[in-house]
Design a protein around this ligand. Structure first.
Ligand SMILES: [Zn+2]
Length: 475
């Protein structure tokens, strides 16, 4: 299977995941995962594990899934899935890095395409349908309308399971990549310990990572001996590492609340946070509890309590820029939810995706659509696949009466999530509007806006034709 064919298969699966209600674009957790993922990619490149062809052709995108189980998985074409449950279950970023490094190596070693080529004579479109059906069945085994039954899913799962050799390869190379990327190698071993413990405690299927990644005693032994051979004795935790742990605890708290929307779970998280005393120095557990409690209070619409909890975090975050940034974002999020966007202070620096999008949400809520248009026009030029940015831009343009531009931005957000049909529908609507002679809100720029829309319509039509042709060939 060529890299391009694998990418097409991955795109097909990804476009369905984007439309799944459990797909979650959370910019804060997204940035956090990227901060762990990018050093792994760089280390894999430097070691020659990731060649130029795959680097360029594959998507290299991490998709966050609203699911409490501890799981991460590699999909064809360089898409990775990470469950919220994994982020909230791991103790530190090193453990998260060890899982991501392992999945990264499944992709770079082309394990997926080897499985497909070796064991499956099915056509790619059927394979995509089966992988999606398997994911749906795993999500809700009782669903009567699941695309594929549990037994079928299991059989596909078995066919698509990585071999023991592949698992060992992903462990071995992944271990080297994470070490080169500067992570504490202890993370690999402690992750194994955690999973092994979980499998002993918990056999109700809530740790599917164990099923797709057979955890044999042999693999654990190898991980530990690798650690003894290659790693120096673990250092005492430096202040910087200590603060990184606090940031991790806050992100784990976020993942926990986003994955547990029930009122009981939210009340529990809130009560936990209320027991944390105000202090200049917080433990990992306390920082995580305060962060989770703030979000939980917001979701329970207890905005006063959310404010007082986030203020407790602010005191402790003063010593660390990393922590301070995470707390500043949470604080603004709290203000937006409480309807105080207009009174809230602007972010001190708008230098990350989460900051760009959150500040834009605040500006929209505060009636400053022009600021949003200015900021996001620049942003989407360098990040054309950012569907959420396009959506916010469309809203800002709509508020400014720029109907034509708003429709186009909406169409671009569909393109970013690979839904070309929906994008074309919107662009056609924009063309109809132009021909109707009504005011499109473009003023003197009407001619330019019109020609952009015509060009994009032609390009999307072309993409749709290619896609249809490709599907015929794949069948
Ligand atoms: Zn694996």
């Amino acid at each position: 299977m060529t890299a391009s064919a694998e990418r097409r298969l991955g795109d097909r699966i990804a476009s369905s995941i984007y439309r799944d209600p459990d797909y979650l674009d959370d910019p804060v957790l997204g940035d956090y995962l990227q901060s762990i993922w990018q050093p792994l990619m760089a280390a894999a490149r430097a070691r020659g594990e990731l060649g130029a062809e795959l680097d360029e052709r594959f998507a290299w995108e991490i998709m966050l899934i609203r699911n409490r189980t501890v799981n991460a998985f590699a999909l064809p074409g360089g898409y990775l899935g990470v469950h919220l449950g994994l982020i909230s279950a791991v103790e530190n970023r090193d453990e998260l890095a060890s899982v991501l490094a392992h999945e990264l190596i499944h992709v770079t070693q082309r394990h997926i395409s080897r499985l497909i080529t070796k064991q499956n004579q099915q056509m790619p479109w059927l394979l995509a349908a089966m992988i999606l059906g398997m994911m749906a069945a795993g999500k809700n085994p009782d669903a009567a309308n699941a695309a594929i039954t549990g037994a079928q899913a299991l059989s596909v799962q078995n066919q698509l399971n990585f071999s023991r050799d592949m698992e060992r390869e992903a462990d071995r190379i992944g271990f080297g990549v994470m070490a080169d990327a500067g992570y504490d190698r202890q993370g690999f071993a402690s992750m194994f310990d955690k999973l092994q413990q979980a499998s002993r405690l918990n056999d109700n299927g809530s740790y599917p990572y164990l099923r797709s990644h057979p955890l044999t005693t042999e693999r654990i032994g190898e991980a530990k001996s690798r650690l003894q051979l290659e790693a120096p004795a673990p250092l005492a935790v430096s202040p910087e590492a200590g603060r990184a742990r606090l940031v991790h605890a806050m992100m784990a708290g976020r993942a926990h609340v986003l994955g547990n929307a029930g009122v009981e779970a939210l009340r529990f998280a809130l009560a936990e946070a209320q027991r944390v005393p105000a202090a200049a120095v917080l433990t990992q557990r306390q920082a995580g509890a305060l962060y989770a409690g703030t979000l939980a209070a917001t979701r329970l619409r207890d905005h006063g309590e959310a404010r007082s909890l986030v203020d407790k975090l602010k005191t402790a975050a003063a010593a660390s820029p990393l922590m301070a940034q995470a707390v500043e974002l949470l604080s603004l999020e709290t203000d937006i939810a409480a309807g105080r966007a207009a009174q809230a202070a602007r972010l001190s620096s708008v230098n990350s995706r989460a900051a760009v999008l959150l500040q834009s949400q605040a500006d929209l809520a505060a009636g400053r659509p022009q600021d949003v248009s200015d900021r996001l026009q620049t942003w989407v030029t360098s990040h054309p696949k950012d569907a959420m940015a396009w959506q916010l831009l469309a809203t800002a343009q709509g508020q400014q009466g720029q109907t034509l531009r708003a429709i186009r931005s909406d169409a671009e957000s569909r393109v970013a999530q690979l839904d070309y049909g929906a994008a074309r529908d919107r662009l056609k609507a924009a063309q109809d509007l132009m021909r109707s002679g009504r005011d499109t809100g473009s003023g003197a720029g009407a001619h330019i806006d019109g020609s952009i829309i015509d060009t994009r319509t032609r390009e999307i039509d072309q993409l749709l034709r290619q896609q249809a042709l490709q599907e015929k060939l794949d069948r």
